[in-house]
Write a protein that binds this ligand. Structure first.
Ligand SMILES: Nc1ncnc2c1ncn2[C@@H]1O[C@H](COP(=O)(O)OP(=O)(O)OP(=O)(O)O)[C@@H](O)[C@H]1O
Ligand SMILES: [Mg+2]
Length: 261
């Protein structure tokens, strides 16, 4: 089992969109995938049309409390979700350093059956994000190609580095930054791309996800891009992203054959 955190304190950069869409692609292609939502907003559940208030299933709050006896919610043969809701807010603290609770929970045998666990995190620099990071083998930072969002990338990178340096046993690998919602026709875009290439070198992912009305609409229809749109460009980009992440995580045996041209 490998674990991956998607994080950025900047809101609305595409964390949840990326988590849900790559998880769906992985699970549709035989990769046993678990999404753990750590965001009190619970957007992941909404996007996946799952009732986040359901009492009988394991939630991320239960994980934080070490109560693992409830059932994990399966949304398909290979896709499971540990949802979150506002009750996890009590663990979201910007003043304490988190990092030991989730990592321990993840060692439980119930998680061993998954090929990949993906954490969706809140747009904060808080203990819950630190919990996700410290429970992860890898982390990814999404950004929009906008001036203020790019400032957010270096802040997110510093936050992650500082968190990791304060923990003894954890050392998640930085997979890189993915540009989301690109509008290549916009005059500032090439400047931002160049600047990020300069700053990040090979830590800027080759895959870039375009801004698309269908991607933006897909949560409204409670469907992932794969299931919703005829926009093959967006489908292809999410496939490319899913595969580039597998490559960067060295899970090469799971690389997915692309069905979109
Ligand atoms: N490639 C894209 N094209 C068009 N719209 C997009 C794209 N990616 C994300 N969006 C839209 O942008 C908004 C923010 O995306 P999302 O909720 O995934 O960001 P987030 O980082 O998880 O936000 P938060 O920080 O609040 O958790 C959503 O309305 C989503 O549908
Ligand atoms: Mg989100």
């Amino acid at each position: 089992m490998k674990s991956l955190s998607i994080l950025c304190q900047k809101g609305g950069v595409g964390k949840t969109t990326i988590v849900v869409n790559i998880a769906k692609i992985y699970s549709n292609n035989g990769i046993k995938t678990l999404i753990v939502d750590l965001d009190p907003q619970g957007n992941t559940s909404t996007y996946l049309d799952f009732d986040k208030q359901k009492k009988s299933i394991l939630t991320s709050q239960d994980l934080m409390e070490g109560k693992l006896e409830k059932e994990i919610a399966f949304l398909g043969d290979n896709l499971a979700l540990i949802p979150s809701n506002e009750s996890i807010l009590k663990f979201n603290n910007e003043k304490i350093i988190g990092g030991s609770v989730l990592a321990k929970a993840l060692q439980s045998f119930v998680f061993k059956d998954f090929d990949i666990v993906i954490f969706d995190t809140p747009p904060t620099m808080s203990s819950l994000v630190q919990e996700a990071l410290c429970a992860s083998d890898f982390y990814l930072i999404p950004t929009k190609p906008e001036f203020l969002a790019i400032e957010g990338v270096s802040q997110a990178m510093s936050f992650a580095k500082e968190t990791i340096s304060k923990q003894i046993k954890v050392n998640p690998v930085f997979l890189g930054v993915v540009l989301n919602q690109i509008e290549s026709g916009r005059s500032s875009y090439l400047d931002f791309e160049k600047e990020l290439e300069y700053l990040l070198a090979d830590k800027l992912l080759n895959t870039k996800v375009s801004s698309s009305a269908d991607v933006a609409d897909s949560p409204y229809y409670l469907k992932t891009v794969e299931d919703f749109t005829n926009d093959n460009k967006s489908k292809k980009e999410f496939y490319q992203l899913a595969n580039e992440l597998l490559e960067r995580m060295n899970i090469n045996e799971k690389i997915i054959e692309q069905s979109y041209n």
